[in-house]
Design a protein. Structure first.
Length: 534
């Protein structure tokens, strides 16, 4: 018998009431009401809501039989695929906490996430087992490895074998809405990632935000392009689960705009999110070879879009609603929305705060600033994280004054549109990836040729920004190249965090307090046309 047949929902039970707004119950609802309706498509293979529900129940039961309990962490080192969704649903069914891993991370970075989260179980796939096992060899704490696909390691478990097990003994546990659903790690301002604890209520709030802004209809199809280990990819599923629309999961890898357009046409996609560089390529490809598309809603984010890209989107897809969303992982993630009709007349704006989120723009003493003045934007709302995992001091600092401090310095115009002026956090955004400069600087400091290091962002037409390393050499060493630093960088950093250029200076500019003056470095080396020699 199937999981649905054997685990009925008792609508009067405390367990059901405690989790009625969880994504697991939404999936179960669709599986009961429309069992044969397509739910997820990946590389041409479609699974129904009943299949997704059965497999996630079986996986949750398999985890439980192997000792995974409420509150235990389960590391998810996977590429975009349907099994990612099933693994997350199975874990959260028993109150366990999935921990998505950026698959671009080095083994050392993955080992830190294993250790910090305390995850005993890792779900991964064939192509990533090398990184996972290397991380375990570096001190990662995970004892159990579950693999989607083939593995020749005797201590690896097969994901397909587990979902083939009987799921009827799945324990139905109380999971209150303020229970942590996901720990999503963000790059750390001090060099170590922090785990944002996102609750089921947070994802419910995000689902309602998405529904209110995009108004999904019966028969809609959402294309999932961002990595599912990013909050932008994962949060979309909250809306998919809530409304029961079909999701088309796009594989990660090199981006081909023609393949993207062909997939959107074949699958009848009605909504899709991409970064501006991807939209630029898609618009050019659609102009060269028009496809018959059903798109009703386009969105972009991860980096600002130029007026050229916005104009191309409006011209290529006339009559289609397009908008950008702004936010951060700690807010699950959306805090502001800017519609395309406003974007061209308010270039550079992040839009207005979404319904349900309360925001203030404040000075360092938590006084509200006047319109036009610059201050830090701080938030409250149902989509705000519970805090940082195992980091009470950082949590207290982020929530000082009773508001979450975003680290974004903004101003508001007379119409209420917000503009980011600077980042209180020292960060580079490259192709939608947040790169905290301190993390890269710490790795550069670890190379024997480097005595001092500072990292800044340089404008880049494709990626928005790329990191640039500005260093002072240790005494008596030969001048290194980026190629010389590559082995050290590969061992300690994901490739997207690597500096794309290296500037060697005799000394770094500092203020009277001895602090490196990043603005001076950005002014000198931060433009795309800047010379990179000292």
């Amino acid at each position: 018998m199937t999981a649905i047949d054997e685990v009925a929902i008792d609508l009067t039970s405390e367990s059901y009431r405690s989790r009625r707004n969880h994504w697991n119950n939404h999936v179960r609802r669709h599986a009961l009401m429309t069992p044969d309706k397509p739910a997820m498509t990946f590389l041409g293979e479609t699974r129904t809501w009943k299949q997704i529900d059965d497999r996630s129940h079986a996986f949750g039961a398999a985890l439980s039989r192997r000792g995974v309990r409420f509150g235990d962490r389960v590391l998810m080192a996977l590429l975009n695929r349907t099994e990612y969704v099933e693994a997350i649903l199975g874990a959260t069914l028993i109150g366990a906490i999935p921990v998505p891993v950026n698959i671009r991370m080095s083994p050392a970075e993955v080992a830190y996430l294993m250790e910090d989260s305390g995850a005993d179980v890792v779900v991964t796939e064939t192509a990533l087992t090398g990184v996972v096992d290397a991380a375990r060899g570096l001190g990662g704490t995970s004892d159990t490895v579950i693999v989607v696909g083939e593995s020749d390691k005797p201590d690896h478990l097969s994901f397909e074998d587990l979902v083939a097990e009987d799921g009827s003994d799945l324990p139905l546990v109380d999971v209150p809405e303020d229970t942590v659903a996901i720990i999503m790690y963000t790059s750390g301002t001090t060099g170590r990632p922090k785990g944002a604890m996102l609750t089921h209520q947070n994802f419910q709030a995000q689902a309602l935000t998405s529904i209110s802004t995009t108004n999904p209809q019966v028969g809609d199809v959402a294309s999932i392009v961002p990595p599912m280990f990013h909050i932008a990819g994962l949060a979309t599923f909250a809306m998919v689960f809530y409304r029961g629309i079909r999701a088309v999961i796009h594989p990660l890898g090199s981006f081909d705009p023609d393949v993207m357009l062909d997939t959107l046409e074949r699958e009848g996609s009605t909504s899709v999110f991409m970064v501006p560089a991807q939209w630029q390529a898609v618009c050019a490809a659609q102009k060269a070879k028009p496809r018959d598309l059903r798109l009703r809603h386009l969105s972009w984010g991860g980096a600002p879009a130029s007026d050229t890209v916005l104009s191309a989107m409006n011209e290529t897809f006339p009559g289609v609603l397009n908008m950008t969303s702004f936010g951060q992982t700690e807010m699950t993630p959306v805090t502001c929305i800017l519609e395309g009709k406003d974007a061209l007349r308010t270039i550079g704006s992040i839009g207005k705060v979404v319904a349900g989120v309360t925001a203030r723009i404040v000075d360092p003493l938590m006084n509200d600033v006047k319109p036009g003045e610059v201050g830090e934007i701080v938030y409250r709302g149902p989509n705000l994280m519970k805090g940082y995992w195992n980091k009470p001091e950082e949590t207290a600092d982020a929530f000082r004054g009773g508001w979450f401090h975003s680290g974004d310095l903004v101003r508001q115009d007379e119409e209420g549109f917000l503009f980011v002026v600077d980042r209180a956090k020292d960060m580079v955004i490259s192709g939608g990836e947040n790169i905290y400069c301190a993390e890269v600087e710490n790795v550069l400091y670890g190379h024997p040729s480097i005595a001092e290091a500072a990292v800044i962002g340089r404008a880049d037409p494709k990626w928005g920004e790329v990191p640039v390393g500005v260093v002072v050499l240790a005494e008596g060493v030969d001048e290194p190249t980026l190629a010389d630093l590559e082995p050290h960088l590969n061992e300690n950093l994901a490739r997207f965090k690597h500096p794309k250029d290296l500037v060697i200076m005799e000394q770094l500019p500092r203020n009277a307090g001895g602090k490196v003056t990043k603005p001076a470095l950005r002014q000198r080396f931060g433009s795309k046309d800047a010379g990179l020699s000292d």
